[in-house]
Design a protein around this ligand. Structure first.
Ligand code: ATP
Length: 327
C-alpha cells in the first residue's frame, strides 16, 4: 500500500476480516516507523473512532514517541473522558495529556443562546487549548490525524475542509501522520477491533464535535447539562441492552420548563426529548418505531433517576424537515 498517496487504488481489497486488518496494521506500523524515525508525533485524541484507532496504531508503531492530548470540554457524554484515560493511559500505557477545560468552556458559553455562536466558541476554544498544550512540548515534528477516505473525498469535492484540528499544521510546519487516510469507516472499525480497542469505542455512534452542547439547547447551564448527561446515558444504556440496531439514539434537554408534581409538590422542571434515527446516507433519516415497553422503561428511569426532569417526549420527526441534531 502506498501511504503517501491520497488516492485509494481501485483494486484495494476492502478490510473486512481480522486477517486483512492484521496485514494492514503490519504495513502501517512499518511505514510509520520509517516516516517518523526517532521523531515525536502529537495527536488530538477525542475518544471517537478515528482518532482512537490512529492512537492505538501509533502506540503500536512508536510507543512513547506519540503524545496524545485529550481535551475534556465539559460537553462529553457520561464516562467518555474516563474511558479515554482508562484505555490509553492505563491499558495501553500511552503518553496522554488529559486537559480538564470544563470551566473554561462552560464559563465562555454561559448566557450564549445562539447555536452558531455556541459552535464557534467551542471550536475556537478547542484550538486555543490544543495550541497551549502543544506550545508546552519540545521537539514535536509530526501531527497525527484521524483522516479517513471519506474526508479526502469530501474535501476534494469541496464539501468540507480537510479533517483536522484547526490552524496548527500550517503554522508549525509539522509533517502529517495519517495512517488510515485510505480506509473507509467500516475498515477503520475492523482495524480498531484488531488493535484491541473496546467495542464501546470501535462501534461508537457518531457524536457531534460540539458534544452535548448542541443537545442542551439555548444557553447552557451546568445543572441542565448534568441532567442531559444522565438522561442520555440512560437512553443509550437501555437501547443497547435491548440489542437494537439504531444509527443514532440520544437525549436532548431543551431550554424550557413544564409543570409536574413531585412528592405532592408542584415541580417546574425540564422535559427530556428522546431522539432516535436510522439513515443510510445521513441526508435523510427515519424515526424507528420503538417498542412501547422500552419507551416506558426509559421514561420511568429518566423520571425516577434524573433530578430536574419531569417529562419525557419521543421525537417523531424524520429528516427532512427535522435535522438529526436540535441545533
Ligand atoms: N475533545 C477532544 N480532545 C482531543 N481532540 C479532539 C477532541 N474533539 C475533537 N478532537 C480532534 O478533532 C478531530 C475531528 O473531530 P470531529 O469531532 O470532527 O471527529 P471525527 O471526525 O468523528 O473524528 P473522531 O472519530 O476521532 O472523533 C478528532 O479526530 C480529534 O483529532
Amino acid at each position: 500500500m502506498d501511504f503517501t498517496s491520497n488516492k485509494r487504488p481501485d483494486d484495494m481489497v476492502r478490510i473486512t476480516t481480522p486477517e486483512l486488518a492484521d496485514a494492514f496494521i503490519e504495513e502501517a506500523v512499518a511505514y510509520t516507523r520509517e516516516q517518523v524515525g526517532d521523531g515525536k508525533v502529537l495527536l488530538a485524541l477525542s475518544g471517537g473512532v478515528d482518532s482512537s484507532v490512529v492512537a492505538a496504531l501509533l502506540i503500536k508503531a512508536i510507543g512513547k514517541q506519540l503524545v496524545c492530548v485529550h481535551v475534556n470540554h465539559g460537553l462529553m457524554r457520561k464516562g467518555e473522558s474516563e474511558q479515554v484515560i482508562e484505555v490509553f493511559q492505563n491499558q495501553m500505557d500511552a503518553n496522554l495529556i488529559y486537559v480538564d477545560a470544563t470551566d473554561r468552556f462552560l464559563d465562555l458559553l454561559a448566557g450564549q443562546a445562539d447555536p452558531e455562536t455556541k459552535r464557534h466558541i467551542i471550536g475556537e476554544e478547542f484550538i486555543k487549548v490544543f495550541d497551549e498544550e502543544a506550545a508546552k512540548l519540545d521537539g514535536i515534528g509530526f501531527l497525527g490525524q484521524g483522516t479517513i477516505y471519506p474526508d479526502i473525498l469530501e474535501s476534494e469535492a469541496g464539501v468540507k475542509a480537510h479533517h483536522n484540528v484547526g490552524g496548527l499544521p500550517e503554522e508549525l510546519n509539522w509533517e502529517l501522520v495519517e495512517p488510515v487516510k485510505l480506509l473507509f469507516k467500516d475498515e477503520v472499525r475492523v482495524v480498531g477491533k484488531q488493535l484491541g480497542l473496546p467495542d464501546g469505542m470501535v462501534y461508537r455512534q457518531p457524536f457531534p464535535g460540539p458534544g452535548l452542547g448542541v443537545r442542551c439547547t439555548g444557553a447552557i447551564t451546568r445543572d441542565r447539562l448534568a441532567a442531559l448527561r444522565e438522561a442520555d446515558a440512560i437512553v443509550r444504556e437501555e437501547i443497547e441492552a435491548a440489542g437494537l440496531d439504531i444509527w443514532q439514539y440520544f437525549a436532548v434537554v431543551p431550554d424550557m420548563r413544564a409543570t409536574g408534581v413531585r412528592d405532592g409538590q408542584r415541580a417546574y422542571e425540564w422535559p427530556c426529548i428522546i431522539r432516535c434515527i436510522n439513515t443510510v446516507d445521513v441526508m435523510t433519516a427515519e424515526v424507528p418505531e420503538l417498542d412501547w415497553a422500552l419507551l416506558k422503561k426509559i421514561t420511568d428511569r429518566i423520571l425516577g433517576e434524573v433530578p430536574g426532569i419531569c417529562r419525557v417526549l419521543y421525537d417523531l420527526s424524520p429528516k427532512p424537515i427535522g435535522t438529526v441534531e436540535f441545533e
